[in-house]
Design a binder for this molecule. Structure first.
Ligand SMILES: Cc1cc2nc3c(=O)[nH]c(=O)nc-3n(C[C@H](O)[C@H](O)[C@H](O)COP(=O)(O)O)c2cc1C
Length: 204
């Protein structure tokens, strides 16, 4: 019997057709290479790409570090390209390792450089990895308010993975695997007008 308090599971669509790919920007706030956060973000994007056509741009903040002291107004700087990619995306995956109970300083620095209106009404999936599961709620009390400042449309669902759910920078946890699948299905209505109109969710 299904409890009336359980979260309704969306029906799983196969592949959504359509010729215009959804532009997805992924920001990984990790200074490390390789990165578990990056591995998790790639896994999410891989599963989204099985559901609908996507055009994905990955932004590793680590790659931007040498350019942070450049003139921010220089349109040829990789920083300007990264900021334009974020602003232009249909969907943002904002991913960072947890450092001292929050996103990394590098992650914040990228968003510090964005104009305040750049993310207005943009759907954003919040993603984090941490050493333990104890900092899961940092997504709610650290990440979500930052995107509240930008008036972004953060998805109610988030994804958090912890160190023991990865091996060799691959997701090995069946539980994390399920959480990714659930978040991807819940993200689809934010990405496709067709799915927005024909609600995926059964009435409760
Ligand atoms: C400087 C530093 C601070 C960290 N602080 C936390 C923390 O507060 N809470 C936590 O759960 N993990 C913390 N960790 C662990 C990382 O969040 C975790 O290993 C993460 O998966 C690393 O992601 P990455 O491989 O993408 O860099 C910290 C790691 C470092 C290096």
């Amino acid at each position: 019997m299904t409890s009336s308090f359980s979260t309704p599971e969306p029906a799983a669509p196969t592949h959504i057709s359509g010729s215009v790919p959804v532009k997805i920007a992924v920001v990984n706030g990790s200074p490390s290479i390789p990165s578990k956060t990056g591995a998790l973000a790639h896994e999410i994007v891989e599963r989204l790409s099985n559901k609908l056509p996507v055009d994905v741009r990955f932004i590793a903040v680590n790659d931007l570090v040498p350019f942070f002291s450049d003139s921010y107004g220089d349109p040829s700087s990789p920083i300007a390209t990264a900021l334009a990619t974020i602003a232009d995306a249909d969907f943002l995956i904002a991913a960072s390792p947890i450092y001292k109970g929050s996103y990394t300083g590098l992650f914040k620095h990228v968003f510090d450089l964005l104009p305040p209106s750049a993310l207005a009404d943009k759907p954003v999936l919040l993603v984090a990895t941490g050493g333990t599961e104890r900092h899961t709620l940092a997504l709610e009390h650290q990440f979500r308010p930052l995107f509240g400042f930008f008036q972004a449309d953060t998805l109610p669902i988030t994804i958090y993975g912890h160190d023991s759910e990865f091996e060799n920078y691959k997701v090995v946890s069946a539980e994390l695997d399920k959480r990714i699948d659930r978040a991807v299905l819940r993200a689809l209505p934010f990405l496709s007008a067709d799915l927005r109109e024909a609600s995926l969710y059964p009435s409760i």
